[in-house]
Structure formats: structure tokens, C-alpha cells
Design a protein around this ligand. Structure first.
Ligand code: FBP
Length: 306
């Protein structure tokens, strides 16, 4: 396979990585309908852990079957499918080599009263299952943030040593952050930047709102304003926080919403220079045909020239 100039440029940003990790990044970037463009759409399905099975899959019962998600990601022409150990194992044989997979190696659940994550997969699992990357969540702001960051440091070192890529979900939450704070622009940029600082190849954050949360940051945002009311400018600010665009950054789809609302957000990500979307509930909670249409519309947005 010949890599496009865009993908070669992206790979050149990862100056320290070995050929294995670069090949796995290339695999993700060259797969699917957006292959070669530098943009990505990824299907993440770890909501069974995060929210429980009924909240996740009852709206579209076909999604209780782990094979369903592999098929959805492949049929939609996505770049990759991310999930915890069990679901990846459940389709690993049937779908070997069909789509790059990202093994989510830590998870939280709704029965916990603390903002922490358990390690639920390993680098050895990722290799055994033919995954291209490990996926790891940190909660900047949590009482356990430093433990999570130290776990990420260890697992990222191990993953990179054996040629895997590292995808970091950076989700601010914890005692000092209320709901507004969790997705405020300054906090989202801070979370994205910390993932970059920790050596993530691909950074995943939630779309930022127009709020500025930290008092300490407000003065700077006043003297160096960002057009916070313009969604594309907010996404561009996050891209800047990811080493001025030298790290890939994708944005989550969030709770189920209308196709129009999601597409409006995707257009802003595209205009702001984000690398794409990681859309879970908005994909697998819709009937398959509807999901395929929505994913195809999202892909079409990313295919247009920015
Ligand atoms: P969605 O597109 O369904 O929001 O998925 C993205 C994701 O990061 C999942 O990987 C994760 O399970 C979920 O969001 C967590 O959502 P929340 O933090 O809102 O509970």
C-alpha cells in the first residue's frame, strides 16, 4: 500500500516512534473511506462498562452482539474499532485483519463512587488480538489522576516498545470540576494538552463548550481571546493545545442526539482542523441502516476540503 503524502507528513510528527508503531498508525490512517486523508472516524464501544448494558444497547438490541460492532465499523468504512478485552476477543477470529482495532485497556463503571479506572486489558492482550493500539482513559481532576497517569506512563512505554500506538481518552472530572467545568474550553484544552504531554499518538476529548472555568486561566483568555462563541474556533484551540496540530485529535460524539446536531458539530471539528470523530452511542444506538447513513454523512463532511 502506498501511503499518501498527508499520512507520511503525519507520521513524520511522531519523531521517536519505531517502525512498528508508525505502521500501526498508518494502518489506522489508511483504512476505510477516509483512508489517506489524515481524518478519521472511529467506533468506540466501551459504554457497556461505563453505563451498563441496557442503557447502552436496549435502544438497538442488535448491538448486544459484539460481532455487530465489527460489522458496523467495517460496513461504514471506518478507520478503527475500539473496545475492551471481551468484545474484541469475541470477534477477533472472524474479523482478524478486517479493521484496525484499539484495545481499551482500562475502564470505569457506573457502580463506582470514585473517579477511577481499573486496568482491564494488557499490552500482551493487544498483541495477541492483532490490535493496532491500546486505548487508555485518564480523568484529569480526579482524586486518582496521578495514579492513572502513572499507569498510562507504564503501559504506553510497554506498548510503544512493541510497536503499538497509544490512544488517550482525556476526560476531566473530579471534585473541583462541575458539569460546566468538565467540558469548558480551557479545561478541555488542558486535558488534551496533558494527553499530548504523556506521549499519546491519538488524543480523544469531548467537544468543548464556550465556558472558561479556571479562574487562573480567565485573565489569559481575556488578554489572548479565543472566539469562544464560534465552535470551529474552539476546536482549533484544542488542536493548538495538541502540539499545534502535531498530534492527532478526535472528538467524541456524546449521548444520542439528532443527526443534524451531530453533523453541525462534525462540520465545526472539520473547519477547526480536528482530525475526526469517535462516535459510539450516536452510531450503535440507531438502527443499522440509519447508523450507516449518518456515518456516511459524517465521512462526507471530513472528505471535503477544509
Ligand atoms: P460516545 O460517542 O458514545 O460518547 O462514546 C465516546 C466515549 O468516550 C466512550 O468511549 C465512553 O464509553 C463514553 O464516551 C463515556 O461517556 P461519558 O463520559 O459521558 O460517560
Amino acid at each position: 500500500m502506498k501511503l499518501t503524502r498527508k499520512v507520511r507528513e503525519i507520521l513524520s510528527w511522531y519523531e521517536s516512534d519505531n517502525p512498528g508503531t508508525k505502521s500501526n498508525l498508518a494502518r489506522i490512517l489508511m483504512t476505510g473511506k477516509l483512508g489517506g486523508t489524515g481524518r478519521m472516524v472511529i467506533l468506540p464501544v466501551d459504554q457497556g462498562f461505563e453505563h451498563g448494558p441496557a442503557r447502552s444497547f436496549a435502544p438497538n438490541p442488535a448491538a448486544y452482539d459484539p460481532h455487530y460492532h465489527f460489522e458496523l465499523a467495517i460496513e461504514a468504512g471506518l478507520n478503527a474499532y475500539a473496545a475492551p478485552l471481551g468484545p474484541i476477543e469475541a470477534g477477533a477470529g472472524t474479523f482478524a485483519g478486517c479493521i484496525p482495532t484499539i484495545l481499551k485497556v482500562n475502564s470505569s463503571n457506573s457502580l463506582s463512587t470514585t473517579k477511577d479506572q481499573a486496568i482491564t486489558g494488557s499490552v500482551a492482550d493487544a498483541l495477541r488480538l492483532g490490535c493496532s493500539a491500546i486505548g487508555f482513559t485518564i480523568y484529569p481532576g480526579s482524586e486518582y489522576q496521578f495514579e492513572m497517569m502513572e499507569e498510562l506512563r507504564e503501559m504506553a512505554e510497554e506498548a510503544k516498545a512493541v510497536g503499538l500506538a497509544v490512544v488517550v481518552w482525556s476526560y476531566p472530572r473530579g471534585p473541583m470540576l462541575d458539569k460546566v467545568g468538565e467540558t469548558a474550553l480551557d479545561i478541555a484544552a488542558y486535558a488534551a494538552h496533558m494527553a499530548a504531554l504523556m506521549g499519546a499518538h491519538i488524543i480523544k476529548v469531548k467537544p468543548p463548550t464556550d465556558a472558561i472555568f479556571l479562574d487562573a486561566a480567565k485573565k489569559t483568555y481575556q488578554s489572548h481571546p479565543v472566539e469562544v462563541k464560534d465552535a470551529a474556533a474552539r476546536f482549533a484551540h484544542i488542536v493548538k493545545a495538541c502540539f499545534n496540530g502535531r498530534r492527532l485529535v478526535v472528538f467524541s460524539g456524546g449521548e444520542a442526539k439528532s443527526a443534524d446536531a451531530l453533523l453541525t458539530e462534525v462540520k465545526a471539528i472539520h473547519a477547526g482542523g480536528g482530525n475526526g470523530s469517535i462516535v459510539g452511542r450516536n452510531a450503535f444506538q440507531r438502527p443499522k441502516e440509519e447508523a450507516l447513513k449518518l456515518l456516511s454523512d459524517i465521512i462526507d463532511v471530513y472528505k471535503t476540503k477544509a
